[in-house]
Design a protein around this ligand. Structure first.
Ligand code: ZN
Length: 214
């Protein structure tokens, strides 16, 4: 839930390119081929959208078009294949990781989902803790994030954060999870006075390289 900015933002270029596309320029993608989204996902604009910028019809042909529009408002340009309906980890299913807000699609970045034997990621927290863990909230779409009062650039929007439930709500369990997250190379662990308080532990891997994948 932190509002710290990730390190891979070049979305301004992509927006500029998109505006050029909408203005009728051709081959404007050649100016943005080096533009990448956070985590290395492609940030090239898709085909020009039909109708106004607020139209939800787009190249994906489903609710991903609505999500792509919502992400443009926070300067992140995405493609249809950046979203998934199936990604999961050894310990956590897609439905545990995806938003509870109603969309079937989610953004989930590799460093959150990566195999624990790589030395970091969510599954390694669970292994370090050595007991089952529950996810209070992982991915959140922009509309839901706003509704629950999440930070405008919360890492939950970018699919590399998880709030892990503190089942007993004790300081002892919270501290053990904090240590487990630190050993799992989380780039940011929210302090106890963050939004989770004693209800959960927020960890994210914002600075680890990795893509979105379908
Ligand atoms: Zn969080």
């Amino acid at each position: 839930m932190s509002n710290q900015t990730g390190k891979y933002f070049y979305a301004g270029l992509a927006v500029t390119s998109l505006l050029a596309v909408l203005a009728g320029c051709t081959n404007s993608e050649t100016t943005s081929t080096n533009t990448t989204a956070p985590g290395g996902g492609s940030a090239k604009p898709g085909r020009p959208l039909a109708g106004s910028a607020s139209a939800v019809k787009g190249p994906c042909g489903d609710e991903r078009d609505t999500l792509i529009q919502a992400y443009k408002q926070i300067s992140l340009t995405l493609n249809c294949n950046d979203f998934t309906r199936v990604r999961h980890t050894q310990y956590f299913s897609f439905s545990q990781l995806a938003d509870k807000g109603g969309y079937q699609w989610a953004l989930l970045r590799d460093p959150l989902l990566i195999s624990k034997d790589k030395g970091y990621g969510l599954d390694l927290i669970r292994d370090n803790y050595a007991a089952d863990r529950q996810i209070a909230s992982a991915y959140r779409d922009p509309v839901h994030n706003k509704a629950v009062g999440g930070a405008p650039r919360s890492r939950h929007l970018f699919g590399d954060a998880a709030d892990i439930r503190n089942v007993t709500r004790s300081r002892e369990e919270w501290d053990r999870m904090w240590t487990a997250a630190q050993k799992a190379e989380a780039d940011y662990i929210e302090p106890l006075n963050g939004p989770c308080q004693l209800n959960c532990l927020h960890a994210d891997w914002r600075n680890h390289e990795g893509d979105y994948n379908p």
